[in-house]
Design a protein around this ligand. Structure first.
Ligand code: NAD
Length: 401
């Protein structure tokens, strides 16, 4: 393909194209930060060396992959579901992020393999198992970071669609229309029993368990293998739509799965399964939740003022290079969560957000919140508005690895 100038094209809260160079610059910054944070590993301690990341192309999964690869020199297999470039149509951001990941990994002599496939399918598991058997066996860490709107169940063929709805009663609160920047009230009707079950089928723990089952059945997990999946709890303000809603129900299912997997992996040789409760960050998945983008805009301001804000990459460096550093056992809360959202949930941060929430309007949005930061973060996800990129220059969009 001849090079082309790529300008951002959006539809509602979704951006329908991506800038390859902007994505590469984002990944490179995360790579450099992970390299700089590389911890000293005590002699005898075993950092993760062979890692499978499911949901590895954007958000927390990509951040995990970068932290592990450049923090410990881990060999990684990344799995994701992205659109490749076709003619003049750009690929999705996750595709370009992955191409950049491979470029930097090749430059730095790090093994990387990637699979663009539907993680919920048996074919994807078989394909991953082939690569692992050949290049990575046994795996010592599995990161499960999928965020998907739907799942075709591999046993029944039923297509489950997840919804972001409250349970029991309708929920009314302020939200922000991301294209018009107007704050308005939204009422989300309660989910039906079917919608709750469907959301649990997509975002609950069954597929995570299927992955661990498949790897264990093939003898591809190391004796002390660990696995971690991600969750979010947040403040009471968002509970009706998140923690007490359909997605929260799915996350509770994920927790039960973690407990079961933990017992199995521990019995198999001292391994573990954990849920890490992460901080709210701008991702394609979180921008789609009603109310949450406005909450994040207020949150980012409160955290930036205190110098405590972290992006996905910063969170995952802290998780893997500090909290889960070799030889260290993570502190868990009463529900067995690793609380990476500790800084978000500090009382003074939440008090500030709660005080501003009733006051914020379309007119004072920019003054009271960091909506500018939210918008920039959103554009950055797709490689736009990234410092150091000249968007007037034509770029190659047909990029592969
Ligand atoms: P994201 O949208 O940035 O990433 C989702 C990843 O899943 C991508 O790599 C995508 O390609 C992949 N994916 C989606 N469907 C797939 C499929 N069928 N097969 C293979 N890959 C598929 O999402 P994110 O926000 O980073 O979320 C990841 C996890 O972190 C989720 O469990 C989410 O609940 C959790 N989390 C997110 C936040 C937040 O604020 N964004 C906070 C805490 C926890």
């Amino acid at each position: 393909m001849p090079k082309q100038v790529v300008t951002q094209r959006s539809r509602g809260f979704i951006c329908i194209n991506a800038h390859p160079e902007g994505c590469a610059v984002n990944v490179e910054r995360h790579v450099e930060a992970a390299r700089a944070a590389r911890p000293k590993v005590a002699s005898g301690a075993q950092p993760p060396q062979r890692v499978l990341v499911i949901g590895a192309s954007t958000g927390y999964g990509l951040a995990s992959r970068v932290a592990l690869a450049w923090g410990y020199g881990a060999r990684t297999l990344g799995l994701f579901f992205e659109r490749e470039p076709e003619g003049e149509r750009t690929a999705t951001a996750g595709w370009y992020n992955t191409a950049a990941f491979h470029r930097f990994a090749g430059r730095d002599g790090l093994y990387a393999a990637s699979l663009n496939a539907d993680a919920f399918s048996d074919q994807a598991k078989r394909a991953a198992i082939e690569i692992i058997r050949r290049d990575l066996a046994p795996v010592d860490l599995v990161v499960y970071s999928l965020a998907s709107p739907r799942r075709t169940h591999p046993r029944t063929g039923v297509v489950h669609n997840s919804v972001l709805k409250p349970i029991g009663t309708a929920y009314t609160n302020k939200t922000i229309d991301l294209s018009s920047r107007k704050i308005h009230e939204i009422t989300v009707p309660p989910a039906s029993e079917q919608e709750i079950a469907d959301t649990v089928a997509v975002m609950g723990g069954e597929d995570w368990r299927f992955w661990i089952d498949a790897l264990a059945a093939e003898g591809l997990l190391s004796p002390g293998a660990r696995t971690v999946a991600y969750s979010y709890i947040g403040p009471e303000l968002t509970w009706p739509i998140y923690w007490h809603g359909t997605i929260g129900r799915a996350k509770h299912d994920l927790e039960q799965t973690a407990a079961q997997l933990d017992a199995r992996l521990a019995a198999a040789g001292g391994g573990h399964a954990w849920i890490s409760v992460n901080k709210a960050i701008v991702t394609q998945a979180s921008a789609a939740i009603p109310v949450v983008p406005l909450y994040m805009s207020l949150l980012f301001k409160a955290m930036k003022e205190r110098g405590t804000d972290e992006d996905a990459a910063g969170q995952m460096r802290r998780l893997f290079l500090e909290v889960l550093a070799p030889g260290r056992e993570p502190a868990l809360d009463g529900e067995r969560h690793i609380r990476m959202d500790d800084r978000e949930m500090r009382p003074e941060v939440q008090a500030e957000v709660a005080a501003l929430w009733p006051q914020v309007t379309t007119e004072n949005l920019m003054a009271l919140s960091d909506f500018t930061g939210f918008e920039r973060g959103f554009k950055n996800l797709f490689g736009f508005d990234v410092d150091g990129v000249d968007y007037s220059q034509p770029v190659e969009t047909d990029i592969r690895w």
